[in-house]
Design a protein around this ligand. Structure first.
Ligand code: CP
Ligand code: NVA
Length: 333
């Protein structure tokens, strides 16, 4: 029987699972694109577990698996029933029997940590990839930085202004931006900005991150304006309060006019036109949102090819492991 390709115990739960140099390697592989990366998933499965809906992430990841020679298996959260039908740990170990990689979009980030921990405890080399949690969206951030590099040649020394909620998308983007040498500003209403411990961690990593309240102050002279929905999936009960709190945080033409004349506008999508972004801006000349959406596929290619690259074993010893993986993990052994 042919051996399954496998990773080497590295997971991608957030950008911080990579070093800055490793993020650069992933991005370089993404920029190599289809055809240049070999078929590291030849003959293998890739489990794609979704506890929340998706347009971009599912399709881009499925296509990346296909281009790498693998077979994607889409699994709805309700079908697998994590912690309902069986434990997260048993589900992860079962999927690892058939798949070379487990990619998951989850309600609670701790589910990913438990999956990764269960596989580590079982000495499995199958990587877990975060396809969005309440905490982080690393594959999106890689596509975002690819889009910035496409526009400016390099992300280094460019200023990115994020206007809105300090959510999962912001958190991964902030780390990827800092790793790539960007200066970051975020404008959020009081109570919706980044927690102090996140800012301190970014600062310890050498980041230049400025939390603000005023969107105009944030975008003044910026090279990149980024926004995302005010209410993320799972926060629907807060939608009305958030709509009220974020009034005045719409990225419209007046706000974009305060940025650099060559500024680009990004949005991870799905967008709510007239709330966090105006139709004129998302359809306007500064918008790169469709390039950004397209870049989700090369980003997924880069992530999967990097994690499953046969030589990853030699990187593994010096590479970072997910610090927040608890030692126990649950029902494994
Ligand atoms: N940007 C993003 O992750 O889109 P989906 O939720 O449609 O996958
Ligand atoms: N912050 C959004 C991103 C969607 C891609 C959410 O979590 O719903």
């Amino acid at each position: 029987m042919k051996d399954m390709p496998c990773g080497h115990g590295r997971h991608l739960l957030d950008i911080t699972d990579l070093t800055p140099a490793e993020l650069d390697q992933v991005m370089a592989m993404a920029e190599t694109g289809v055809g240049g990366l070999g078929r590291v998933l030849e003959g293998s499965g890739a489990a794609l577990v979704f506890e929340k809906p998706s347009a971009r992430t599912r399709s881009s990841t499925e296509m990346a698996v296909h281009h790498l020679g693998g077979h994607p298996v889409y699994i709805q959260g309700s079908e697998i029933g994590m912690d309902v039908r069986e434990s997260v740990e048993d589900a992860a170990r079962t999927l690892a029997c058939y798949h070379a990689v487990i990619c998951a979009r989850v309600m609670d980030h701790r589910t990913l940590i438990r999956m990764a921990s269960a596989l580590d405890e079982a000495s499995s080399a199958v990587p877990v990839v975060n396809l969005l949690s309440d905490v982080a969206h690393p594959c999106q951030a890689i596509a975002d930085l690819l889009t910035v590099r496409e526009a400016f040649g390099s992300a280094a020394d460019r200023t990115l202004a994020f206007v809105g909620d300090a959510n999962n998308v912001w958190r991964s983007l902030a780390w990827a931006g800092v790793y790539q040498g960007m200066a970051l500003r975020i404008a959020s209403p009081p109570g919706y900005g980044p927690p102090r411990e996140d800012l301190e961690a970014l600062e310890r990593a050498g980041g230049d991150v400025t939390p603000l309240v005023d969107p105009e102050e944030a975008v003044a002279g910026a090279d990149v304006i980024y926004t995302d929905v005010w209410t993320s999936m799972g926060q629907e009960a807060e939608a009305e309060a958030r709509r009220e709190a974020f009034r005045g945080y719409c990225v419209d033409e007046a706000l974009v006019s305060k940025a650099s004349p060559s500024a680009i506008v990004l949005h991870c999508l799905p967008a709510h036109r007239g709330e966090e972004i105006s139709t004129a801006v998302i359809e306007g000349p500064a918008s790169r949102v469709w390039r950004q959406a397209a870049n989700r596929m090369p980003a997924a290619l880069g992530v999967l090819a990097w994690l499953l690259e046969p030589s990853r074993a030699s990187h593994g010893a010096s590479g970072q492991r997910h610090e927040s993986v608890p030692p126990g993990g649950g029902d494994v052994g």
